[in-house]
Ligand binder design. Sequence first.
Ligand code: URP
Ligand code: ZN
Length: 528
Amino acid sequence: MYDLVIKNGLICTASDLYQADIAICNGTIECIAGNIEAHLASEIIDAKGAFVTPGGIDAHVHVDEPLKLLGEVADTMESATRSAVAGGTTTVIAFATQDVSQTGPKALSKSIENTVDEYARQTLYCDYALHLILFQVEKDSLEGRELLGVQLENVYHDYGVTSLKVFMTYPGLQMSDYDILTTMHASRSNGFTTMVHAENGDIIKWMIEDLESKGLLEAYYHGVSRPPAIEGEATNRAIILSSTLQTPILFVHVSSPDAIRTISKAQARGLRVYAETCPQYALLSDEVTKCNHSRALPYVKAEAVDLETHSCGGGDKPYKVENFEGAKYICSPPIRPEGCQQQIWDGINNGTFTIVGSDHCPYYYQDKISKASKHRAYHDGKDGRFRYIPNGLPGVCTRLPLLFTYGYSQGNMKDMMKFVEVNCTNPAKLYGCYPQKGSILPGVSDADLVIWYPPNSTKTEYPSKPTVIRNELLEHACDYTPFEGFEVSNWPRFTIVKGRIVYREGCILSSNATGAYLPRAKSSMCSS
Ligand SMILES: NC(=O)NCCC(=O)O
Ligand SMILES: [Zn+2]
């Protein structure tokens, strides 16, 4: 007997599209065959006419973590995994922050231990893994190189963590080229994937000061302070660092045409350079950051803001804090000007981008007690200027439905196999969890599957699917989505995690939540 059989679906992997039945037993794919007898199944789903894909892997998800590096964001691991499965994602990779109070060979293992312990107390709807965020090298010397190597070795042996992220920007997190080299050196000897947030932090600091001195303070100027070329410069510099050490590198949340060109050229030279982009860079232009924004309005002072009603008056020109709506779209790198979006689709189709992640980083828009919010930019006498707006957008739920609709259905993504490649299979290969995750292979893959609604079905047996994105559909804790009102042509009908249905036709099935921590192997793309 099988626990579950999915009949008549169109199985779509990164390499194939064919009709067959799938039998699931003990949480894994047991067999795939043209016809699996119904009487062999405890439960059957008829997926006639529907795509059956591997569950999505979202390899870039920020959630609340013990050290609160990003402040107290809206989603816990519990609500983030709940939102993930509602959008067809069955594995998320989040971040454990380096705890700089810990030192010595086990310092980084302890940072991860705290995070894993915190999430073990939560109900998880799908599996999760962790990258490490590293922002300080304990000793900047030859001895420091050796120590970091040992720390990473321990992180791998203790927790199966095989990737780390470094920043070339953000005050407090920005690493020097020296420290990035040390990190890449340790990554190389341990077969780790080095993920880089590439923006030139020094230029950004200068630009922010300059814009502020000219009174250019609203959300839109966040993007002006981080032009495409400065992402390109940092990308180029990081490639020089990684090629000096002949070690692979992965650029996360790539948004600028300059960076795309630089990455593509490096790939053409045979360098092992990988890249991630995100739906927001393909679907939004910086016009959204001008939302209700008008330079003619007086610049709002903190004391004049009533955070309850979000309106205020001051001087002879009354001013509404709704002019702050552009803050919902503030992220780094920023949403780019009109015209850049096509280059994101081109990069997905031609292979410059290896994966698509959401960079889910859910700050509330409105204020919440003790939680970080976009309106935090008005706290403590601050005045809402763009430099104080937390950077990040929610997106773990909307990633796949958006890419299905605006990528596959609208012809911006070459086919469904590409959709599976960048959203499911490549993230698994890149981050060392293939073929357990990201594929549908009998005997080796977890039964992490998504059954989509049959396209254009008029059959009455299917309940209606969402056609427009509304925040309340997303099952996350955040109070907005940057994609509110976006039409979608498809949505997951069933999300299955390790053989159990966790999302069925719009409803979360909490009793089937069995998500757990996922230790990973070394990357099959990035380790030598
Ligand atoms: N991307 C962003 O604006 N926030 C999340 C943190 C990061 O990934 O840089
Ligand atoms: Zn980043």
